[in-house]
Design a protein around this ligand. Structure first.
Ligand code: 5GP
Length: 169
């Protein structure tokens, strides 16, 4: 398969550092609970968390809405967080926001657990595909409407380990 590079490893690394600095500043060095959305956000969440110097707790959720390259519109919720997030700063870390359905659902769910606040940090943002009004507070890269893979993102579970974000021609 012919894979074209969209965002290089170096570009991701430097943008992730910038975002981490901004996040730390915005939260005034308060503790943050990062909720990493499995499996796609793991690569980005790890790099982001490593650059945040304030106290950070890491938790995971698994929600899936995609099969192959087409959105089914169906959301499966398969793993819940294990931390108590009452009165905490919660930062959802996601690989990509497309229609916005997945994160709208996750955000609403986490907000029902009485946190101090819930914000969203996504590596990639496909703004033009949005069907739900959802604006992530932190976006590493706005990208065009292409099916992307790599740096956590899969195509039928493969290609997550590519060190860059690419797309299939
Ligand atoms: P949404 O609910 O915003 O439509 O979809 C979000 C989820 O769809 C992401 O977490 C991701 O799993 C999947 N997704 C959306 N666009 C892409 C893409 O271009 N490539 C891959 N690999 N997954 C995508």
């Amino acid at each position: 398969m012919d894979i074209k590079v969209l965002i290089t490893e170096q570009e991701i690394a430097s943008r992730t550092r910038e975002l981490a600095e901004q996040i730390q500043k915005d939260y005034n060095n308060e503790e943050i609970v990062i909720v990493c959305i499995l499996k796609g956000a793991t690569f980005f969440a790890v790099e982001l968390a490593k650059r945040i110097e304030s106290d950070t707790i890491i938790d995971f959720m698994k929600v899936s809405s995609y099969e192959g390259t087409e959105s089914t519109g169906k959301i499966n919720f398969t793993l819940d967080i294990s931390e108590d997030i009452t009165d905490k700063n919660v930062l959802i870390v996601e690989d990509i926001v497309d229609t916005g359905r997945t994160l709208a659902y996750v955000k609403k769910y986490l907000e029902s657990k009485n946190p101090k606040n819930v914000k969203i940090c996504t590596m990639l943002n496909k703004k033009e595909r949005r069907v739900i009004d959802l604006n992530p507070e932190y976006v590493a890269f706005d990208i065009p409407d292409k099916f992307v893979i790599g740096y956590g993102l899969d195509y039928d579970e493969k290609f997550r380990n590519l060190p860059y974000v690419g797309y299939l021609e």
